[in-house]
Design a protein around this ligand. Structure first.
Ligand code: NAD
Length: 266
């Protein structure tokens, strides 16, 4: 199966690092013009855009805090000003502020919900408005537009010491499914990806050293995830090869969501 996203425009939030950067590169390699959103780190975002351009692709890096309505509006406006349309949104930005619930500050609770949930809502809303504004582009895709929410296995698996994060991802699941139910009739496809443990800056402390081997016990497939594992799925889910996939979460977790702790307990 050959997947081409040529003539499509993709916007990836939080793409200066990790899964977002990997997905932006993979989308560009599949032929999409890519907007690389960053919040704090302009340099890696600009470097990624330059790399894509040098390889013959189209990319720009654009600042924006996804938890701020004005920033999100400006980000989408810049996308359409530059590339003329939007076909694919990967709402990827996310962060952790970990603490036992008893010690968790309201600031840490709010920040995680604002970025991981409100940011996903603001980005999805802006994408839906743009899809409706521009109308069908049947020469690029069967769908009017595609939205992929970046969730986590922790939309399903409770996570002590990370109640804010798990709550935000659990909410992303129902946000995604509610939007999907609402806009499927417009041929807008809405899905989510739920990674397990993929080596990036968000989890450096648990994916290296001794903690990495403890983590492996939670992964039936026996290895940590790599950025490409998720990037490949993003490209497929964004493409017409996945045209009948709507309102679902694709777990990319080496089986982490199979509750492997129960394996010898039957
Ligand atoms: P990462 O820290 O490299 O990436 C997160 C990105 O979000 C960063 O580029 C960061 O700058 C950006 N971001 C944070 N706040 C922002 C804001 N206010 N506005 C715009 N961007 C903002 O980590 P990652 O692992 O690549 O995480 C990407 C997504 O994948 C997150 O939503 C995370 O929850 C999810 N995820 C990751 C894993 C994993 O194992 N790495 C597992 C499950 C889910």
């Amino acid at each position: 199966m050959h997947i081409s996203l040529e003539h499509q425009v993709a916007l990836v939030t939080g793409a200066s690092s990790g899964l977002g950067a990997g997905a932006a590169l993979a989308l560009a390699n599949a032929g999409a013009s890519v907007v690389i959103n960053y919040n704090r780190h302009a340099e890696p975002a600009e470097a990624l855009a330059e790399r894509i351009r040098q390889d013959g692709g189209k990319a720009i890096a654009v600042h924006g805090d996804v938890s701020k309505e004005d920033d999100v509006e400006a980000l989408f406006a810049r996308t359409v000003d530059t590339f003329g349309a939007l076909d694919i949104l990967l709402a990827n930005s996310g962060l952790q502020r970990d603490a036992a619930t008893v010690d968790m500050t309201l600031a840490d609770w709010n920040q995680v919900l604002e970025v991981n949930l409100t940011g996903q809502f603001l980005s999805a809303r802006a994408a839906l408005r743009q899809f409706n504004r521009q109308g069908p582009r049947p020469w690029v895709s069967k769908a009017l537009g595609k939205i992929i929410h970046m969730s986590s296995v922790h939309q399903l698996i409770p996570w002590a010491g990370h109640a804010n994060y798990a709550a935000s991802k659990g909410a992303v699941d129902l946000l995604m499914r509610s939007i999907a139910q609402e806009v499927g009739c417009q041929r807008i496809r809405v899905n989510a990806i739920a990674p397990g443990a993929v080596r990036t800056s968000i989890n450096q402390d648990t994916t290296t050293g001794d903690k990495a081997s403890r983590l492996l016990e939670l992964i039936p497939y026996g290895r940590l995830g790599e950025v490409e594992d998720v990037a490949n799925a993003v490209v497929w889910l964004a493409s017409d090869a996945a045209d009948y996939v709507h309102g679902t979460t694709l777990f990319i977790d080496g089986g982490m969501s199979l509750y492997p702790g129960f394996k010898d307990n039957g």
